[in-house]
Design a protein around this ligand. Sequence first.
Ligand code: NAP
Length: 333
Amino acid sequence: MAKTALITGITGQDGYYLSRLLLERGYRVAGLVPLHRQSSLAKLGSLASQIEVCAVDMRDSAALLAVVEQLQPQEIYNLAAPSFVPDSWQDPLGTLDLVTGTATRLLEAVRLAGLNTRFYQASSSEMFGQVDRSPQDENTPFRPMNPYAAAKLHAHWTMVHHRQRYGWFACSGILYNHESPRRPPNFVTRKVSLAAASIKLGLSDRLEMGNLDAKRDWGYAGDHVEAMWRMLQADEPEDYVIGTGQLHSVRELVATAFECVGLDWTRYVVVDPKFLRSDEHFYLVANPEKAKRQLNWEPQVSFEGLLEKMVLKDLERLQSAEVPSIAQIEQNS
Ligand code: NAP
């Protein structure tokens, strides 16, 4: 019989790639989507018709329990979060409630339903915060620096406590930045891919950037969701650091994206100090050795391959007027 997977945050970037992977592997896939966010289902395109949608408010413990009892999922992937970190400063309590509250309510729903559901918690490298060593691995201490990271850490420990107390199969994937053509343009990778495509098509003539020397470990979302799935298929429930292990600067990001469309980035990029982030921390980079060794997981898409995917998709979207150009986005913001 097909396994059932229940996903929160199914309408997000990872929700899309994870649903696609699970459907390809024969799962019955269900997603928790609150009533007021149902319009987000459009982001799933044709996948939307292949999943079961449960209209549940993440704050409603009784409704979560009812869904878990009804679906009896073999696997739960808890992905819902306001994933753009700076937004968490606008609503620290709402962030805590969504991130930690949802993890806790779901874990409790599994306990009350008496199921053996395998549980994946979407943790983040932001939990390492202001690091004093590079690269980071599963033993690196956590020093979260913002409300998002603090909420993620609380959710992580709640999952660990349930695993220890009840002997459950629950895991945390501590994921580094992962991108795709599905990233919104407020993330730097997508901002750059959209700008390169817009300039190539003559829809814009410049790109404003902040600190070009900032460095990140950027992977491909399709690779990272594969790691999530492998964690839940393993013999033992363990937490894993998931990233490429490679650092690239924003300068390299811009140069590579513009190279995809045959442009010299130095002619178009303007460095504007207003885009500098005050809590910038450098050298947040994964040591994914444990995932390689125990899950046989390795990223399949290179940094260059990722940017090519993103820029080509943005070219296609702009040509069919599916998205506004970077110049239009800047005008309206
Ligand atoms: P995403 O694209 O922003 O998706 C977030 C999902 O959460 C969306 O489905 C969103 O719904 C939902 N959501 C947001 N606020 C909600 C609320 N108040 N109630 C219910 N649902 C809500 O994020 P992602 O990139 O797929 O990331 C997936 C998970 O991995 C997140 O937990 C994120 O924090 C974590 N993570 C991501 C990265 C990364 O680089 N992508 C790295 C480390 C960890 P809408 O579609 O309606 O907005």
